[in-house]
Design a protein. Sequence first.
Length: 282
Amino acid sequence: MAGAILALLASAFLGVSDFLGGVISRRVALVTVLLLSQVVATLAILPRMLWESPLDNAGPALFWGIVGGVATAVAVSSLFKALAIGTMGVVAPITSLSVLVPVIVGLLGGDQLSWLLGIGLVVAIVGTVLASGPEVRTRTVGHGPKPIILAIVAAIGFGVANLSVALGSAFNVTTTLVSNSLTVLVVYVVAALLLRQVPKAGGSALVGIVAIGLLGFAANLCFAVASTIAPLTVVAVLASLYPVITVLLGWRILGEHLQRIQVLGVIAVFLGVAAIAASTAG
C-alpha cells in the first residue's frame, strides 16, 4: 500500500510539473526552462548524501543513474516541447504509454502475456490512434504530426528512465538519483552551450520553473522509494497516470477542447493502461 501511495504521489507531482513546463515553455525558451528547473532539482537531491552513503553498491546504481539521466533529458525536453506546441489533452495521454517499456522488458524476460494484458495493450494503442489521428491530419498551428512524434519519443524516454531508476535504486537510491539528476543537468548545459543560449527568466516564470524542479525532484524520489518496496510493474503503471492531471489542468485552466473521437481515444488510453495495471498487479 505504501508503495502504491508513493507511486500515485509521483504521478500527481509529475502531472502538475508537466503542465507548468508546457505552459511556461510557450513564452520562455525551452532550454531555459529545462536547465534552470534541473538546477533546482539537482540542488534538492544532493542533501540525500548526508544520510545515505552514495558509495554503497555504487557501481550498478551509478550506471543505471546515468542511463536514466540521458533518457530523462530526452523525455522531458520532448514532452515540454510537445506540450508547448500541441494540445495537452492529446499529448499527455500518449506519454502514459511509457508503461509499455517495463511490460515489454518483463515479457522478454519470460513473463506470460495474459488475456487482460493483451486487451489492455490493444485498447491503449487504438486509443492513441483515435486521440492523435485528428491532430496529425490538421495542419494548423498547434497541430500536425510533430507534437505526436515528440509525445511518443517522450513515452519511450520516460519508460526507459523509470526502468533505469528502479533497477539502480535496488542497489542505492541516493547514488541512482544523484547521478541521474547530474546527468540530466550536464545534457542540458551542453544543449545550452551548443545553442548559444543564456538562460534568462524572471517573475512568475521563474517561480514556475523553480516549482517544476521541486516537483520533479519529489516525483523521482517517490518513484525510487516506491520501486524498492513494491513490484516494479505496479509502481511503473501507477506512476504513469500523471497525464490525467495534465489533461485536467489543460481542460480546466487553458480551456482546451477535444473532438468527440479524441475524447474517446483519451478514455481508451487510460482504460488500456488500467487494464495493463490490473494484469501486472495480478
